[in-house]
Design a protein. Structure first.
Length: 167
């Protein structure tokens, strides 16, 4: 389990680093498009479409790393007042619900991706991006998040220790 988990940690870290690069790219392209649009009255035809898909990347593909490193926003009002055993049960329930939800999203995203490939679907814009690219982020991102929830659940069940380990 240790080697698989270490490999998975490297994968989620890589997705997170790419997400940081994507965010920097978005800043540059949005600034460029703003200058072109409002300064030179010559907007780009691609910036809005590309940046819309990149927002999907940031939201979905980096989610497993955020969950793994416990960097998400959460409300702990009730769980912080519960005892250790109740906190463990809560972690297990959250993990199982997370696995179920993410598995459904990955499955449906995979179906959407396959359909987009089968029918050669494209975005109806001048850029005409194949929809399979943004759709493919759904099964990959939610699949990795489901695996992270599964790891968190297994840690909570077996060790009873806090379910977070920073890679």
């Amino acid at each position: 389990m240790g080697a698989v988990e270490a490999l998975f940690a490297r994968l989620t870290l890589a997705l997170k680093v790419v997400g940081q690069l994507v965010l920097a790219f978005m800043v540059i392209t949005i600034c460029y498009d703003s200058i072109m649009r409002y300064g030179l009255a010559a907007p780009t035809s691609w910036s809005l479409e590309i940046n819309t898909f990149l927002i999907i990347y940031i939201a979905v593909m980096t989610a497993a790393a955020i969950q793994r490193e416990d960097e998400h926003i959460r409300i702990t009002f009730f769980t912080s007042r519960a005892g250790p055993r109740a906190q463990r049960v809560i972690r297990v329930v959250i993990g199982l619900v997370g696995v179920a939800f993410c598995s459904i999203m990955a499955w449906r995203g995979g179906l959407m991706t396959m359909q987009a490939i089968q029918f050669s679907e494209r975005v109806s814009s001048s850029f005409g991006t194949p929809t399979a690219f943004p759709y493919a982020m759904l099964p990959i991102g939610f699949g990795t998040l489901a695996l992270q929830f599964l790891l968190d659940t297994m840690r909570a069940l077996w060790a009873g220790a806090p379910a977070r380990h920073v890679a």
